[in-house]
Design a protein around this ligand. Structure first.
Ligand code: 4AD
Ligand code: MG
Length: 450
């Protein structure tokens, strides 16, 4: 008899079944054991009754350690009390691989994330990581479907690169034969070559940044999806970012209901995704932040007073910080697009705003609930002379970027795109405290293991 997956058990009520998986937890003693059995697709309660099985089987079921791998023979019966709706009455049980002194306590799912991350290779078997990583899987598939259905060409960018895309302060250097390579901070520059070749492309892969800060939103290795489109200007970039966010979030809400239930996620704010995203200029946001800073300072709520101190910390005219983004999220309670930041806080490739040469034609999408910037994008500088001036101003070595400048020498067109960090998106959907929990094996300044 072939084995059945736990997720399909409902269709087998009343029938004998074979299950292959692992012991997740166990209760009971005496004459009745309740094994929580997992196979990756779900968890089912398996009842072992001393009266119904040979003595040796009962003793094995009683003795084996958590995470022992097993083959279980039994009968599937309806169980209205469990969320699965099915339980198994065990008739036989075979141990495949022993597991003694499993180092993770099931009840430890929530506390001490750092200790659990030391056991990440095992912790991924538990319910909470399971739910978060299943949401991640759905998000990645939603992203792929979204761009595929819109006719974008997948255009993979290299990981070893000769130049920085997002400034030199977060570059990872790698010895590369006789010279030095840098791990890619973003595939965008290559995406631009792709856009001028195919019209619309999407780069999707891991990116690397030597982030020295230990925040709840930074990894040193994260996945970014980066669409890039020829003849797309800033408004079009914003339209695309909004449409993509709406698609991805709606799809996770629709297809990850079980996971979000396990995570006890209140989805009210996520559901605002169907409303148009406010589009607010950087200058208007600065005014709003001044107002919020004063309001929160006068509030009786100690949390808000604390936040108030950090709002506009860099002063007016600086880049937005985490507190600014948190305040923006609290105010709007939905995704907000902040556009036209000062050029001096943004990357060299962004197009100058023709209406104000101190501003860039760029946009950040800020997610609510403390997640902050989830997307960064812009219209690109398409003028050869302007780009050369920026390259010089930012001291980007010409020999490593000359190929990119060619894109302005041979049939330059207005174009633009953006990058969304997959982990930040999953963090928002799942309500995970830290982006570390949204990738199977997180990399941060303090973590290279396991
Ligand atoms: O705003 P960023 O730096 O933009 C770029 O890299 C552009 N070249 C993208 C483009 O236009 N094609 O990064 C884009 C997004 C951020 O909004 C954030 O979601 C994510 O990447 N991100 C990080 N996620 C986790 N850990 C980090 N250290 C991240 N840095 C950026
Ligand atoms: Mg950014």
């Amino acid at each position: 008899m072939g084995s059945v997956q736990v997720c399909d058990l409902k269709q087998h009520v009343g029938q004998p079944v074979v299950l292959k998986g692992w012991l997740y937890n166990r209760r009971g003693s005496g004459k009745l054991l309740f094994l929580q059995f997992r196979d990756g697709s779900g968890i089912v309660q398996c009842v072992v009754s001393k009266a119904d099985v040979p003595e040796a089987v009962f003793e094995t079921a009683k003795r084996i350690g958590i995470e022992t791998s097993l083959v279980i023979h039994g009968k599937a019966s309806e169980d209205k009390r469990s969320s699965l709706g099915v339980e198994i009455h065990v008739t036989d049980l075979t141990v495949i691989g022993e597991s003694k002194d499993y180092p993770i306590q099931i009840t430890e799912d929530v506390p001490n994330i750092d200790k659990l991350l030391d056991q990440r290779h095992l912790w991924v078997r538990s319910r909470i990581p399971h739910a978060i990583l299943r949401v991640r899987s759905e998000v990645v598939q939603a992203i792929r479907d979204f761009y595929y259905n819109k006719g974008f060409v997948l255009f993979d960018a290299p990981m070893f690169t000769p130049a920085s895309c997002e400034g030199t302060s977060t570059l990872f250097e790698v010895p590369y034969f006789e010279s030095t390579a840098y791990l890619s901070q973003s595939g965008q520059l290559y995406g631009e070559a792709g856009a001028l070749a195919f019209g619309k492309v999407v780069v999707f892969g891991p990116t690397f940044r030597a982030e020295k800060s230990k925040t709840r939103r930074h990894l040193t290795e994260f996945w970014m999806v980066e669409p890039e489109v020829a003849f797309l200007e800033l408004d079009g970039v914003m339209d695309l970012a909004e449409e993509q966010m709406r698609y991805v979030i709606s799809r996770a809400l629709e297809r990850c209901k079980e996971e979000l239930k396990v995570l006890e996620r209140n989805t009210a704010t996520l559901e605002q995704i169907s409303k148009p995203f406010p589009r607010v200029s950087y200058d208007d946001i600065q005014q709003l932040l001044q107002k919020l800073k004063a309001e929160y300072a006068a509030s009786p709520d100690a949390e808000l007073q604390k936040l108030s101190k950090d709002i506009l910390k860099g002063g007016l005219g600086d880049d937005l910080g985490a507190a600014d983004e948190t305040a923006i999220g609290m105010h709007f309670q939905q995704c907000v697009m902040v556009h036209r930041y000062p050029r001096h806080v943004k990357a060299f490739y962004m197009k100058k705003d023709p209406a104000n040469d101190k501003r860039a034609l760029c946009v950040d999408v800020i997610a609510p609930e403390g997640v902050g910037e989830i997307i960064g994008g812009s219209q690109r500088e398409d003028s050869l002379d302007e780009l050369l001036a920026q390259i010089e101003h930012h001291k980007v070595p010409m020999e490593s970027i000359n190929w990119f400048v060619d894109l302005r020498r041979y049939g330059s067109v207005p174009h633009g795109g953006f990058g969304m960090g997959v982990e930040r998106c999953v963090q928002w959907i799942t309500g995970a405290q830290h982006v570390r929990e949204t990738i199977p094996f997180p990399r941060t300044i303090y973590r290279l293991n396991p």
